[in-house]
Write a protein that binds this ligand. Sequence first.
Ligand code: HEC
Length: 106
Amino acid sequence: MKSVLILFPLAILLAAFSPKADPEIPADIKTLLDKNGCVACHHMSRKLVGPSWMDISKKKYTAKRIAQLVAKPEPQNWPGYVPMLAQPTVPKAEMTKIANWLSKLK
Ligand code: HEC
């Protein structure tokens, strides 16, 4: 049990300072992700409460589909994760920008 307590922070440190740099999130998108609370559960490359943006981008969703899934999540797409709460209050123009960015992310 003790080793878990030591290894866990160590793993987080390693992940945080790993030399492989994440793709940059453009400043305007970052602002929208902050403002709409997405950052609480999504990170560029690491699994938080939700899958990383890079893992989501592997599903090759269209921007339209992404906007749909944020307004009305389909938790069966992500076994092993808690279901995402629907985010219907994201302003449409902002959701379009986020979805366009996410659909082009590689
Ligand atoms: C409270 C945590 C939480 C917040 C806040 C959150 N998400 Fe999620 N998100 C999740 C989880 C967990 C999943 C995976 C399970 C699911 O889809 O239900 C997910 C999945 C997703 C997916 C993939 C959907 C699919 O079906 O493949 C997208 C896209 C996404 N989130 C975008 C967003 C955006 C954009 C925001 C901000 C407006 C946001 N999320 C806010 C937790 C969150």
